[in-house]
Ligand binder design. Structure first.
Ligand SMILES: *Cc1c(COP(=O)(O)O)cnc(C)c1O
Length: 380
């Protein structure tokens, strides 16, 4: 039985909407489907502005420009994250300052942030790992005390919340991903959420190659011209049509993923009781979105052997991340603040299990094979 790690889910409405986008003959960015997607995000998040972009990476790059990040600035972030969290700021000449993650959620440890702040610190970038919220109350309070900008890397966090408030609605800005490995997808794709009303106008300009084209199209200025730095961050309305089919179903997609997540969680409880693995921990304040089901194995060697054994028999479990502070570019461009024990632990011992809509009975097979290998490890 071959079980891929991920299989992109399609709702069935994507073709029809793409055809409609073509019929409307507006194929570039910010057409009818883009506006629908943006309005949906603004409503769900209570945000003044949502802007579709090519990827979460592009959204983070825009956020770095909007936050006026430049050479010499420091940006506090976890090391246990995807490279784009750091790259977006390195591209502006800033230094990522890596802080350890919490041992329960693998989210930026809010208790360690303040000690990493220097006069050069400009921003904090919390990552909501696995769609489980960071402690946004604590992080926003620290940012306020020190006059820092908060940019949420909410790549994995659509439809999840912290104390009943949606992730992506806390920071001055937030970036979501619609990459095919995320919950709601358009192949490649993302959105920049601008929660600070003072940044909205400039965000539109930066996305439109540094021009005031958006204002021009709304009749707010009588000619359109180059007014600021910028680039082309607008996805085609064809892509937005695909995304709209997914956003329409976002509640159902999340509910179905949560059902799979709960099945894993229940099936793996006895293995945790036997000390063979640790299941994900979700704080009471967080409502997650079942982006990921990941387990912590007893040590790094066990993780590597179990990973290899599962993949050898067609169960495509994976691991991530190589902590950024230990990667070649991370060592060159950034620095770690303090010990990184929880980060290293997650990098060494974490195993991600296949989780996609339609997995069905494959899930029981994954559990059965995982249990078999872990039991064998225990005996050996
Ligand atoms: C997926 C991911 C990204 C990158 O998203 P893209 O849309 O592929 O650019 C960034 N940060 C985190 C935490 C991610 O999981």
């Amino acid at each position: 039985m071959k079980i891929p790690f991920n299989r992109p889910y399609v709702t069935g409405r994507e073709h029809g909407y793409i055809q409609a986008a073509i019929d409307q003959a507006h194929l570039s960015g910010n057409g009818a489907f883009s506006k629908r997607c943006q309005a949906w995000l603004e409503e769900r998040l209570g945000a003044p502005k949502a802007l579709l972009v090519h990827s979460c990476t592009a959204g983070l790059e825009m956020a770095a420009v909007l936050a006026d990040i430049g050479p010499g600035d420091e940006v506090i972030m976890p090391s246990y994250t995807f490279v784009s969290t750091a790259n977006a700021f390195v591209l502006r000449g800033a230094t990522p300052v890596f802080v350890d993650v919490r041992e329960d959620t693998f989210n930026l440890d809010e208790r360690l942030i303040e000690a990493a702040i220097t006069p050069r610190t400009k921003a904090i970038v919390p990552v909501h790992y696995a769609g489980v919220g960071c402690d946004m109350d604590a992080i926003m309070a620290i940012a306020e005390r020190h006059g820092l900008i908060v940019i949420e890397d909410a790549a994995q966090a659509l439809m999840a919340d912290w104390k009943g408030r949606p992730l992506g609605s806390f920071g001055h800005m937030a970036a979501f991903s619609f990459h095919e490995t995320k919950n709601v997808i358009s192949g490649e794709g993302g959105a920049l959420i601008v929660n600070d009303p003072a940044m909205v106008e400039r965000a539109e300009i930066i996305r439109e190659k540094g021009t005031n084209r958006s204002q021009f199209l709304r009749g707010q200025v009588d000619k359109y011209t180059w007014v600021d730095v910028g680039s082309s961050f607008l996805p085609s309305d064809i892509l937005a049509a695909f995304l709209w089919a997914q956003l329409e179903q976002a509640d159902a997609i999340t509910a179905d993923r949560l059902a799979l997540w709960d099945r894993y969680h229940e099936a793996l409880a006895p293995l945790e009781a036997k000390g063979l693995l640790r299941r994900p921990r979700v704080p009471a304040e967080a409502r997650h979105n079942a982006h990921m089901y990941q387990v912590i194995l007893p040590d790094g060697e066990t993780r590597d052997r179990v990973l290899e054994a599962l993949n050898a028999e067609g169960v495509n479990a994976v691991f991530h991340y190589v902590p950024l502070h230990s990667a070649p570019a991370g060592q060159h461009f950034g620095r770690a603040h303090g010990p990184m024990d929880a980060t290293r632990m997650a990098g060494d011992r974490l195993l991600r299990l296949p989780l996609w809509l339609g997995l069905g009975a494959g899930l029981d097979h994954v559990v059965e094979r995982l249990e078999a290998h872990l039991t064998k490890e225990r005996v050996a």
